[in-house]
Write a protein of this length. Structure first.
Length: 220
């Protein structure tokens, strides 16, 4: 079955996320969502996510993790990367006979992802059965995506900048108004992560000066 182009609903995304998390749990692996799926669970409304991004708290190779998921749940399958230079395969979940959802597996150390203590993983009503990355980490990883997309040589990646900015704007408002997020409350974050993100915050503020007060309220 080839990956589908059908539009996925939030319910579809959560179905794929729950299946992946359950399979990982059966192998003793803790995990949490980040990216657009986590944004939606935290309450962003600017768009529906179109895939699932999962951080697995382990040092295992992501390709080995994908194989573990396949063993446990036959609704998952692998498709070779569209780029023949890539050595990895893409994990897909069969939502229904006409819908599939891409599931990206990452581990700490990739894309500036810090090692997240299991005790810091969040569960947000009404989806308490789906673990999500801590809010401030979610926002800062989204910021990392924005800075990367701005300078990417590929047009389709640069096209993501506007969507990134919409995500960040809504996350900033939620951070201040809904969740009271603050850097001082996240003392567990590695120094390298905080310093890297401070530079990215500065870059964002230079582009969007009106966001400065919100970043200041978050402790930046």
């Amino acid at each position: 079955m080839s990956p589908s182009n059908n539009v996925l609903t939030g319910k579809d995304i959560r179905k794929a996320a729950r299946a992946a998390v359950a399979a990982l749990k059966e192998h003793g692996l803790d995990a949490c969502l980040f990216g657009s799926a986590a944004c939606a669970i935290y309450g962003t409304e600017n768009r529906e996510p179109n895939d699932v991004d999962i951080i697995v708290i382990t040092e295992m190779d992501p390709e080995d993790i994908k194989e573990l998921i396949l063993v446990w749940d036959d609704r998952f399958y692998l498709v070779p990367s569209a780029n023949p230079r890539n050595t990895y395969s893409v994990l897909w979940f069969t939502v229904s006979s006409r819908k599939t959802c891409k599931v990206d597996i990452l581990i700490p150390g990739l894309l500036s992802i810090p090692n997240i203590p299991v005790s810091k993983i969040s569960y947000i009503e009404p989806f308490q059965d789906i673990p999500v990355v801590p809010f401030l980490v979610l926002l800062l990883l989204k910021l990392r995506g924005w800075t990367d997309h701005r300078v990417d040589h590929r047009q389709h990646m640069r096209d993501k900048v506007e969507v990134d900015e919409e995500d960040i704007e809504e996350l900033l408002e939620l951070a201040v108004q809904e969740y009271g997020a603050n850097l001082d409350r996240e003392r567990w974050l590695p120094k390298w992560f905080v310093e890297e993100m401070q530079e990215r915050v500065q870059e964002y503020v230079e582009e969007w000066p009106d966001s400065e007060n919100n970043w200041r309220n978050l402790g930046f």
